[in-house]
Design a protein around this ligand. Structure first.
Ligand code: 3H9
Length: 706
């Protein structure tokens, strides 16, 4: 029997004496204002209705509830607030059961925690992932969860943001019962029916007793604090989560809720929350390229990889890990053996660490084959060329692919700089050619630039996005230019870094300043990790065409001339006496830099860390603006995601263009104009930046223009 006025987002149905309230707000039943209103109204009417003995809360569609509506953050609050609603659920005089299928996350789990009993069906996932959005559970989660499962388990869940399986949730005492079937409604009705029959009344999580022994709780809080001090450098919300949990020990429940609210609002107002929420939505937006809307992907089971070097092997491993069939091609038996060895090395490393069994390795490699005969690729659905960065070599590979591959096979190049249009035009089927720019190590790094040449078919682009999904990569659509999105910007901010180095900053200060900003490594550490030889070769190749008016800092060349290519040679900008972890500063490098300053006639000056960041970010933002202006990145958000997932840009800052919006575009432009006084050749304001400042607009306005 349906109730009189079904609310748009909460369906209310009476099953004998049980009122079933179903959250219905596709796609994830987020707790937006309409849902909150609907739920509150339904609870009120249930309280007054003598026919209702118990209440069952469910989610329609694939999930119980994905939490608060993230789109509401930063907008004016609309009553009822979620904490109020949750309190009303807990205060309900009639027993309330939450029956969870799909996910119960964030505010969704907090609703379930306020219910008096919880049931999860198999396959359900439960978690409090607010930390990943720069928040803390703000609807009583920090106060109820520790009371239910203890501070240690609660902190672990809230600080990691990870999802628990239904079975794990049962083991922890977070749910009371596991459903046998996957029908949450039937399971919930049966459970609540039993509770009513046994006259089990309302039972409130606020009264749960997991905190009664205080000593282990205090120890858990101290341990979490120490860990967060090390691991969550620069982040606000993990520390606030710990503080909120601490309140469960020495304050009454209501006071604890007030403390949670205070801390939640601080997080909500922080630029970190804005940056992380931007990253959350941007990661979903990047999937919506025009071609993925226009065309369906082609079949994708068998992958070919040409080249068994570091990149080729990494790509092969990524595809194998995704369950695909992989065929590797190399030019001769020796190279093929090395390629196979490179693939095996990855799995052997996992076996050594105890993360893989020999049997699993064998099972994975059963899907791997290797050949020196291109005809082995005849049935491949998609082939990725990963030979060295040389146009002639790549064109030779594509000629072979054109000859042997079946019609409709996607032919991809992993080039990081070369013009894919030229490669595409050199064969008979340019519509099948695309760029797939992986980042090293390719089986680990998340970014995949999908480089879209002029003649490519929409289906081929859609297939590339499908491949990214299968490989668990973050795809970003890029246009063709030298370096595409990421490497093109990298080349520019590297120049800004080198100029600061020659003007007086030490590489160690620059690295430290950028780590403090939130990058996992500074640019000189990155250079040492990547190996100086590759960049050196590129510089030599481009020397003849370099603009003679452009500043050229030679420090890197001086190091390379000595054979100091970084980690792999035991020294670069740093010394590595005992491998990568033993990095130490090198006085000889500082002496070389000094000599270079003298040669260039530069009197060194000091830079504060803030000045370093200003220049670094101004260079990055300016080139990023050019990349958007030229349509190489579809929108600012695509670029933000590329820099976060491929270049270590701190996620909590939302990417360089989100950061630019927060810093203020007029200030970015003023910085660039100030720096241009010294080097007008390098510091040329991007036309897009100038136009946005003139219009008093920001980069985010362009994210919504499509
Ligand atoms: C919170 O709860 C705070 C409270 O403690 C306190 C408040 C006072 N809101 O990921 P998908 C959209 S903080 C709004 O592709 P899946 C998403 O943008 C919240 N929208 O699907 C996408 O939109 P579009 C804590 C949301 O099946 C669409 O739904 N909760 C929300 O792969 C499909 O998403 C979280 O952090 C939301 N809460 O994965 C959970 N969630 O189609 C965040 C999703 O326009 N969400 N959307 O691109 C997730 O982890 C995943 O979305 C989920 C589904 C696992 C739920």
């Amino acid at each position: 029997m349906s109730c009189d006025t079904p609310l748009p987002t909460v369906e209310s149905t009476l099953h004998e004496s049980i009122l079933v309230l179903t959250l219905d707000n596709p796609p994830v039943n987020a707790l937006g204002v309409e849902v909150r209103r609907g739920l509150l109204a339904a609870l009120d009417s249930a309280a007054d209705n003598p026919a209702v003995e118990g209440i069952l809360i469910l989610g329609a569609g694939r999930h119980f509830c994905g939490g608060a509506d993230i789109r509401e953050f930063g907008k004016p609050p609309q009553p009822p607030a979620l904490p109020e609603l949750v309190k009303r659920i807990e205060a309900c005089a009639k027993p309330v059961v939450a029956a969870i299928h799909g996910v119960a996350l964030g505010g969704g789990l907090e609703v379930a925690l306020a219910a008096h009993y919880r049931l999860a069906v198999r396959g359900a996932r439960l978690g409090l992932p607010e930390v990943q959005l720069g928040l803390l559970p703000g609807a009583g989660g920090t106060q109820r969860l520790p009371r239910l499962i203890g501070a240690k388990a609660a902190l672990e869940l809230m600080l990691s943001g990870r999802h628990l399986s239904a079975e794990q949730a049962l083991e922890l005492g977070l749910v009371d019962r596991l459903g046998d079937s996957d029908d949450a409604q039937a399971e919930g009705l049966a459970y609540l029916g039993q509770l009513l029959a046994s006259q089990a009344g309302a039972r409130r999580t606020r009264d749960a007793l997991a905190l009664s022994d205080l000593a282990p709780q205090r120890a858990a809080i101290a341990a979490a604090r120490e860990q967060a001090g090390k691991k969550s450098r620069g982040l606000l919300s993990p520390h606030h989560i710990i503080q909120a949990v601490e309140a469960t020990l020495d304050r009454p429940f209501e006071d604890g809720l007030k403390e949670e609210r205070r801390l939640f609002l601080e997080c909500l107002d922080s630029p970190q929350r804005a940056g992380l929420v931007h990253a959350f939505f941007a990661e979903r937006e990047v999937l919506k390229a025009p071609e993925t809307r226009a065309a369906a992907p082609r079949a994708l089971e068998q992958i070919g990889v040409v080249g068994g070097g570091t990149m080729g092997a990494g790509i092969a491993v990524a595809a194998l890990d995704a369950g695909l069939q992989v065929t590797m091609i190399e030019r001769d038996q020796a190279a093929l053996a090395r390629g196979r060895g490179n693939v095996e090395k990855v799995y052997d490393g996992l076996i050594d660490k105890g993360r893989l069994s020999a049997a699993d390795k064998a099972a994975t490699l059963a899907r791997f084959s290797a050949s020196i005969d291109y005809r082995a690729l005849a049935q491949a659905d998609l082939v990725i060329e990963a030979v060295f960065e040389d146009m002639a070599a790549k064109q030779a590979v594509f000629k072979e692919l054109d000859r042997v591959c079946k019609a409709g096979a996607v032919l991809a190049s992993n080039t990081s700089y070369l013009d894919i249009n030229v490669i595409a035009q050199s064969i008979s089927r340019p519509a099948d050619v695309i760029g797939l720019h992986f980042f090293s190590p390719a089986n680990i790094m998340k970014l995949l630039e999908i480089v879209v040449p002029a003649k490519v078919a929409a289906q081929v682009v859609a297939t590339a996005f499908e491949l990214a999904k299968k490989l668990h990569k973050v795809p970003v659509r890029a246009g063709v230019c030298d370096g595409f999105i990421g490497n093109r910007i990298l080349a520019v901010y590297r120049q800004a870094v080198d100029a600061m180095l020659e003007d007086g900053a030490s590489p160690y200060q620059i690295d430290q300043a950028l780590r403090d900003f939130g990058f996992p490594m500074g640019p000189f550490q990155v250079a040492d990790l990547a190996g100086g030889d590759i960049g050196w070769a590129t510089r030599k190749r481009k020397a003849a065409t370099r603009d003679p008016k452009a500043r050229y800092v030679q420090v890197a060349d001086r190091l390379c001339e000595r054979g100091w290519f970084g980690q792999k040679t035991g020294r670069g900008y740093y010394l590595y006496p005992q491998g990568p972890r033993s990095a130490s500063e090198d006085p000889e490098v500082l002496a070389i830099i000094d000599a270079e300053r003298q040669r260039a006639g530069i009197t060194p000056r000091t830079f504060s860390d803030a000045q370093i960041i200003r220049r670094y970010m101004a260079a990055m933002i300016n080139e990023a603006a050019n990349v958007v202006h030229e349509g190489i990145a579809l929108r600012p958000l695509d670029l933000d995601i590329a820099l976060i997932h491929g270049y270590g840009f701190p996620r909590y800052r939302g990417g360089p263009l989100k950061y630019a919006d927060q810093y203020g575009l007029p200030q970015v432009l003023a910085d660039i104009r100030e720096f241009a006084e010294d080097d007008p050749q390098f510091w040329k304001p991007s036309p897009l930046l100038v136009a946005l400042v003139e219009r008093e607009a920001n980069f985010d306005s362009l994210n919504h223009a499509h």
